[in-house]
Write a protein that binds this ligand. Structure first.
Ligand SMILES: O=C(O)CCC(=O)C(=O)O
Ligand SMILES: [Fe+2]
Length: 308
C-alpha cells in the first residue's frame, strides 16, 4: 500500500515540512523511502524537524536514494567520508552565500543533498532555495527560445579555487576538468524543464556564437554576459523561493537538479555546524538531446495540496 505522509507546504513556490517521520530508522522502510522520494519530486525541498539521528543513520538514509558522493574539497566527517562537515563559520565567514546547485562541475552533478543542522545560532544562518523549474517557466518566450540549444561551462575552481595559489588552482582544474551542461535541462525523473546555470559554478556559454550567428564582434561577449547575468538573477527572485530557519536536528533534503540554494552569511562569528550527505545523479540531458522523455509525474505545483 502506498504510504501517505503528512506534508505541509511552507511557501507557494517550493518547500514542504514533513511531519511524523523518524529518519533514524527510515532506511529500513522501503514504502516510506518511496513516499519521501515522491514528496521530494513534488516539493523540491523537504524539511524534517527534531531528527536527533546518528551520522551513520544520515548516511544510511541518504544511501536509500542512490550512491553517495565523497567531496574532493570540503572537509569530511572523520568516520564517514560521505558526510561533509560545514562549520567554517566558526573560524571565518562561510562562503556558500551565492546561489548554486551542488557539484555541477561534475559530469554527473548531484541528484540530491541531505543537510542536517548539528548546531546553529538562535537567529541567523538561514538557507534559501529557489525553484528553477518555476524560474524557467516564468522566462519570457523569446528568452526560452534563445536558451534552448545553448550550453554552458561549469568549473569547480570558480567557487572552490578562490583560496588557492595559481598552481593549486591549475591542479584542481586538471583533476576536475570543467564540464559542459545544457542551459535548459530536462529533469531525469519528472521531465520538467529546468534553468540549469548557476552563479556558483557556471562560467560562460560554450556555443553562444554559433547560436547567435548574426551578432558581430564584441557584441557577442556583451550580449552573452548580459543574458548570463539575467539568467543568474532568476534564482534571486523571492517569488521563486523558500527560506528555512534552522534549529538543531532540522534536516533539509533538496532535489539538486530542480533547485538552487544560498546559505545566508549573517551570523559570523557565531557557530553553525552542519553535516551533508550528497547523492550522485546522472548526466544532464538538454532539450534537444536524444533519449525519450521520462513519463511526467502528477503536476508538481506543490502548494495546492496539503497532503502528498
Ligand atoms: O549551509 C548551508 O545552509 C548550505 C551550504 C551548501 O551550500 C551546501 O550544503 O551545499
Ligand atoms: Fe551547496
Amino acid at each position: 500500500m502506498p504510504r501517505t505522509l503528512s506534508v505541509e507546504p511552507v511557501s507557494p513556490a517550493l518547500g514542504a515540512e514533513i511531519h511524523g517521520v523518524d529518519l533514524e530508522t527510515a532506511a529500513a522502510d522501503p514504502a516510506l523511502i518511496a513516499a519521501i522520494r515522491q514528496a521530494l519530486l513534488r516539493h523540491k525541498v523537504i524539511f524534517f524537524r527534531d531528527q536527533d539521528i546518528s551520522a551513520a543513520a544520515q548516511v544510511a538514509f541518504a544511501r536509500s536514494f542512490g550512491e553517495l558522493e565523497v567531496h574532493p574539497v570540503l572537509r569530511r566527517h572523520p568516520e564517514h567520508a560521505e558526510l561533509v562537515v560545514l562549520d567554517r563559520g566558526s573560524h571565518r565567514p562561510a562562503n556558500e552565500n551565492i546561489f548554486h546547485a551542488d557539484t555541477t562541475w561534475r559530469e554527473r552533478p548531484s541528484m540530491a543533498s541531505i543537510l542536517r543542522c548539528v548546531e546553529c545560532p538562535p537567529v541567523g544562518g538561514d538557507t534559501i532555495w529557489s525553484n528553477m523549474v518555476l524560474a524557467y517557466e516564468r522566462l519570457p518566450d523569446r528568452v526560452k527560445a534563445m536558451c534552448e540549444g545553448l550550453y554552458a561551462m561549469h568549473d569547480i575552481a570558480h567557487s572552490f579555487g578562490g583560496d588557492y595559489s595559481p598552481e593549486k588552482r591549475r591542479q584542481l582544474g586538471r583533476e576536475f576538468p570543467r564540464q559542459e551542461h545544457p542551459v535548459v535541462a530536462i529533469h531525469s525523473e519528472t521531465g520538467e524543464k529546468i534553468l540549469f546555470v548557476n552563479q556558483g559554478f557556471t562560467t560562460h556559454f560554450s556555443n553562444y556564437t554559433q547560436k547567435r550567428e548574426r551578432s558581430i564582434g564584441a557584441d557577442f561577449a556583451l550580449e552573452a554576459n548580459r543574458l548570463m547575468d539575467y539568467l543568474f538573477a532568476q534564482a534571486a527572485q523571492p517569488e521563486f523561493q523558500v527560506r528555512l530557519r534552522w534549529k538543531p536536528n532540522t534536516i533539509a533534503f533538496w532535489d539538486n537538479r530542480a533547485t538552487q540554494h544560498y546559505a545566508v552569511q549573517d551570523y559570523y562569528p557565531a557557530v553553525r555546524r552542519m553535516l551533508r550527505a550528497t547523492v550522485i545523479g546522472g548526466t544532464v540531458r538538454g532539450v534537444g538531446d536524444a533519449e525519450a522523455a521520462p513519463a511526467a509525474l502528477a503536476p508538481s505545483r506543490h502548494a495546492v495540496e496539503a497532503v502528498a
